[in-house]
Design a protein around this ligand. Structure first.
Ligand SMILES: [Zn+2]
Length: 295
């Protein structure tokens, strides 16, 4: 089931359990870093919810894991070709069509506007002909401006029961708390990261930090000083990069095994620190600010 979603065992288990029990939430928040496959998962889930191959497969004797979505029925094929009339993805391309923007305005888009949410809501209220669930996906839900966010909150509250909303985001902390709290959260782990060959010192230090743990802010700052000085040849920036990479790998495998919101938040902090390093912030300052947040 949901076999096209790769490397996301926990998320797939959670979604498959919802499908099997038939207890779907009215709205989901798919959260996790860039490249984790959240949008693909949203489309596969939309397919699975509406797949008409399910009945046929469940009639096969001894079939314990029906092939859902089947990928062959007309509903699945329409989702794959992006022509399903009742499964809608809001992104900057579709917003520019909804709001009739010209090409210059299309490129400059940075946020989703209230007009787009109103259009989605109109779609939600149209009667449904060929689907079990109308699926409305917002790709990059962190881009909703305040007005659009408030309109979405109202939409979630008043949405007809045949609708399923999926909010996809790499920055759940930037989605209104009132929206988040209405959504069932599905966490996606970062894509597999591969370590450089010369990272063994960084790896040891990362294990030391996570396993034995720095007990205090001053302990974390001491660890930060050790991390930037790990390898004189590498220089402080590269050393800090490797240390953060090791922390991210360990934290994400831990998260896969045993997901909690707190671990997810910590991993996001590490990813933000990596972004800070790539924007040329001082390695020492980046580590000094992130490590105490991981205690
Ligand atoms: Zn199908």
């Amino acid at each position: 089931m949901l076999e096209k979603i790769k490397g996301q065992k926990k998320a797939v288990q959670q979604l498959a359990a919802d499908l099997e029990s038939g207890r779907l939430a009215e709205s989901y928040l798919f959260a996790g870093p860039e490249g984790a496959g959240k949008k693909l998962a949203a489309l596969e889930f939309a397919k699975a919810v509406n797949c008409s191959g399910v009945m046929r497969d469940s009639l096969i004797p001894d079939s314990t894991t029906p092939n859902i979505p089947c990928g062959e029925c007309s509903s699945c094929q329409k989702v794959d070709s992006g022509t399903h009339p009742e499964i809608f993805v809001l992104d900057f391309k579709s917003q520019s069509e909804l709001l009739d923007l010209n090409s210059e305005q299309e490129i400059k888009q940075k946020e989703y506007r209230i007009g787009s949410i109103r259009s989605l809501l109109e779609k939600a209220h149209l009667s449904s002909y060929e689907t079990r669930k109308k699926v409305l996906i917002i790709d990059g839900a962190e881009c909703l401006n305040l007005e659009a966010g408030n309109a979405l909150l109202k939409a979630l509250e008043e949405s007809p029961r045949q609708c399923l909303w999926i909010l996809v985001t790499k920055s759940p902390e930037r989605v209104l708390m009132t929206i988040r709290s209405r959504c069932r959260r599905v966490w996606f782990s970062p894509p597999e990261i591969v370590l450089d060959e010369d990272a063994s010192a960084a790896e040891k230090l990362a294990s030391e930090f996570l396993e034995r743990g720095a007990q205090s802010v001053s302990g974390a700052l001491e660890m930060s000083a050790r991390a930037v000085a790990l390898d004189k040849k590498l220089g402080t920036r590269k050393a800090a990069e490797q240390f953060l990479k090791c922390l991210a790998i360990k934290m994400s495998s831990d998260l896969r095994e045993n997901p909690t919101n707190m671990k997810a938040e910590k991993l996001l902090n590490i990813i933000q620190a990596q972004e800070g390093l790539s924007k040329n912030l001082s390695p020492q300052i980046v580590l000094d600010s992130v490590l105490p947040s991981l205690l």
